[in-house]
Write a protein that binds this ligand. Sequence first.
Ligand code: SF4
Length: 320
Amino acid sequence: MSEINQGLILRPAFWNNSKRYYDLKSFWRNQFGCKVYKLPIDAGFTCPNRDGQAAVGGCIYCDGRGSKLRQAGPLPSVTEQIRKGMAYYTVHRQAGKFIAYFQTFTNTYGNIEHLKNLYDEALDQPDVLGLSIGTRPDCVPAAVLDLLEYYAKTRHIWLELGLQSIHDRTLTLLNRGHSRETFLDAVSRIQGRGIHLCVHIIVGLPGETHEDILETARILAGLPIQGIKIHSLLALQGTELGSLYESGAISMISKEEYVTTVCDILEILPPEMVIQRLTADGYKDIFLGPAWAVNKMGVLNNIDGELKRRQTWQGFRYGK
Ligand code: SF4
């Protein structure tokens, strides 16, 4: 399972990369033997955490505007969005195959016929290998999972669950509208259906200590989860969190603390878990902070540098 790298470092050989974590690009290459890109789609969904079904107002960090495409006017069809994305990635990134990524708001929030029509439309496009569907832990009823399980028999299917923190007090503070229990229940119902599961977490949440976020990572490390997205808390204008930040009631995590924490998390996670994201930035027009998050490449380089300095990698402390 491990190899000698640069004469010093033992890392899992199955990654087939020169990194210290199992990044998504390497996973796709191992899985499909070619460059694969996720094509973001805004299919016009809303969110039960905004419309009163689960809560009102949404998560305190959510700007509620949806994709740039939605802000620009009437949404193009799923087919049009996929074709445009394919044209771009084929020319600029030499991509061969694609995953249709239903990204904006809660992409399982609708009746099952409507969902099936949208997902079928995406899967019918040539060179689309499968789907990645962003949603919430309280929005994966059996009918949706049955449909995705059916697709997963012949296609590559991911569900992406926003969690952010495993701690109920943080979920309440964030106005997430679901509990830790709801998340654990969703994971157990998704398990065994051939659906890949990716979980999103945030580092630097208000009221959370370093140990709190490591506890989230430890619990996720023990669950049947195949992927993770990690990013720092971002303050956006027009959100409740943005107001707290502007008033000085809360501060954002420093880059050094973020890099240290991410490396600690990576060491805890299993080596098989695909790292789908380690940074994020907000819309430039409403972005408040932290300023360092804008330089995504700089943050990634710092994470690489810190793992190298430690002589560790993803999974180094898994199960210890
Ligand atoms: S669940 Fe997602 S879309 Fe809904 S309010 Fe929270 S961040 Fe926004």
